[in-house]
Design a protein around this ligand. Structure first.
Ligand SMILES: NC(=O)C1=CN([C@@H]2O[C@H](COP(=O)(O)OP(=O)(O)OC[C@H]3O[C@@H](n4cnc5c(N)ncnc54)[C@H](O)[C@@H]3O)[C@@H](O)[C@H]2O)[C@H](O)CC1
Ligand code: K
Length: 523
């Protein structure tokens, strides 16, 4: 499913007319019908459409037109329909026009009776700040919702006053409980504060032929997309089929990182997990991660020849173990000692020297990135096809101290520009994570879960992506599957525990369940 800007949406509509004769009135009929169908389909089971009182707020443009078509379908389905035409101040109660001198009073009565208020005031044609009059109308709706908790607000295409490109909101904009957007989700839905105003998101069809979307390069991560990406699990397989993952992660202050990342790689289905650890660290992992194998890095340089230092010996040992591995995760919990940085650089040099098909696919996270960001033009040290997964703080360091937000629209251009410049698959983490490729493709995650804002969850994500790389997924797909299923696993945890108190390790057993659910239901 593609995500569009307002300009892209307009172009789609123009091309639909030009190439297929799908004029605006036809698209509007489809839009209104689809919105009504989605509305009815998602009514709570205890609600019967025949008993519902619905007030539709109708704007002056095509968004209002969608609302009118929707109203007709809802009326035919049995709902009691009231229409308020904002511009003309006309009120129609169950088909009867109210005389102008009674409109104000009758509107209040309709508002107080409504089970649902449908916002079909403005959509993508919003061109200026909301008028005071419209702000006042929306404010009345908000007051009514505060007074009666059962009232629900449904936005058609988008909540009026939300900028569909940037996610900025007018001061009059109110939160929808549900948004039924038309044709494609709009870019502004994925950025704050707009993200908070959408409520549950549904996408209605306006009957655009798929071929029209071929030039769009921004997608939303959906169950369907991830289901298509996930590797096959043939009956005739062994652990080699699903790839080996090497992890160069963890250090004495941060032993948990390697454990979490390694187990996450196993939980997405990789065949074998190996932790590259020092002798000193081995007992910690050996007692807690029984399924892992270990590449033990020599502690002292006893084996070093006259020209080799301890770092080189360790790297040589790691490289010797890495033959046949399909993915390598560098970073979580590594720390930032001079030796660690040197080891990372030597590993990168080795990877760059290897033919593409023979070296493991690389993902760098956390301290892997922090170590690199200290270097001038750090990205020139990376082999091709590298995935990097910075959170906003790490991204800021990679960008020379530039401040990077967790949820503003500026993230999108930055992610796209840097993926291109650095020639990496960039996973810019945040409430709605962005994945961008060097060739200009972007995917964005819709689901956000505040429970994920806790230590160690990033290590789990890094491990998941490494596990998918080991199974042969392309970097963009491995990152996409990892990001989507990471939040999906968190949703499963939160169903039991709510939005707080999630431990990163709680995610691990939910990862296979989240994968299973992509074949069965929408999360
Ligand atoms: N175009 C199509 O083929 C389809 C569009 N769909 C729906 O239509 C809207 C976009 O419609 P459009 O007429 O371009 O814009 P709006 O309805 O959002 O509003 C335009 C209307 O509002 C006035 N206006 C703009 N800003 C303000 C403001 N701040 N305060 C008051 N009034 C304002 C402006 O002057 C115009 O009169 C899209 O979102 C869909 O809902 C269909 O879905 C299908 C086909
Ligand atoms: K609207």
């Amino acid at each position: 499913m593609h995500i569009v800007t307002v300009a892209e949406m307009r172009e789609l509509e123009a091309q639909a007319d030009k190439q297929y004769g799908l004029s605006s009135p036809i698209l509007m009929q489809n839009a209104g019908k689809s919105a009504a169908d989605i509305f009815i389909e998602h009514l709570p089971s205890q609600q019967d459409i025949h008993n519902l009182n619905i007030l539709l707020l109708i704007g002056p443009g095509n968004n209002g037109g969608d609302g009118l078509v929707m109203a007709e379908h809802l009326k035919n389905a049995g709902a009691s329909i009231n229409l308020y035409h904002w511009k003309q101040r006309r009120l129609i109660i169950r088909g009867e026009e109210i005389e102008s001198e009674h409109v104000a009073r009758e509107f209040e009565a309709a508002l107080q009776r409504a089970d649902y208020i449908i916002d079909a005031l403005l959509g993508t044609g919003t061109s200026r700040p909301l008028t005071e009059d419209m702000r006042h109308l929306l404010q009345r709706v908000e007051q009514e919702r505060k007074r009666r908790k059962s009232v629900r607000v449904v936005a058609i295409d988008l909540p009026t006053g939300l900028n569909a490109d940037t996610g900025k909101v007018d001061e009059g904009c109110i939160r929808a409980d549900m948004t039924i957007t038309l044709a494609c989700p709009k870019q502004g839905f994925f950025f704050f504060p707009g993200r908070d105003y959408i409520g549950e998101l549904y996408v209605g069809s306006i009957g655009l032929p798929e071929a029209l979307e071929q030039d769009l390069h921004t997608e939303m991560l959906t169950t369907t997309l991830v289901h298509r990406i996930l590797p096959e699990r043939p009956l005739n397989s062994n652990k080699g089929t699903f790839g080996k993952v090497m992890l160069f992660c963890g250090s004495p202050p941060y032993p948990g990182s390697a454990y979490l990342a390694g187990r996450a790689a196993a939980r997405v289905g990789a065949g074998l997990i190996t932790l590259a650890v020092s002798e000193q660290m081995l007992p910690i992992y050996a007692s807690s991660f029984h399924e892992a194998t270990f590449a033990i890095l020599p502690e002292r340089a006893t084996t070093a020849g006259p020209t080799e230092n301890e770092t080189t010996v360790k790297v040589r040992s790691l490289i010797a173990h890495m033959q046949g591995y399909r993915a390598l995760l560098i970073g979580p919990g590594l720390g930032q000692s001079a030796q660690t940085r040197e080891m990372i650089l030597q590993l990168l040099e080795y990877l760059r020297s290897q033919p593409r098909e023979q070296r493991p696919r690389l993902i760098i996270d956390a301290d892997g990135l922090n170590n690199l960001s200290a270097l001038e033009h750090w990205w020139t040290y990376l082999p091709e096809d590298t995935v990097i997964t910075p959170h906003p703080g790490e991204m800021g360091r990679l960008c020379n101290g530039h401040k990077v937000s967790g949820g503003d629209i500026e993230r999108l251009e930055l992610a796209r520009e840097k993926a291109r410049e650095w020639k990496v698959t960039l996973v810019l983490k945040g409430a709605c994570t962005i994945i961008a490729t060097p060739d200009g493709k972007t995917r964005m995650n819709w689901y956000a879960n505040p429970a994920l804002a806790s230590a160690g969850t990033g290590d789990v994500l890094g491990g998941m992506i490494a596990g998918f790389l080991a199974q042969g997924l392309a970097p963009f797909d491995a990152a996409s599957a990892g990001v989507y299923l990471h939040v999906a696993a968190a949703q499963l945890v939160s169903q039991e525990t709510g939005p707080a108190g999630l431990l990163a390790s709680d995610l691990l057993p939910q990862i296979p369940r989240a994968m299973l659910l992509t074949t069965k239901e929408e999360l």
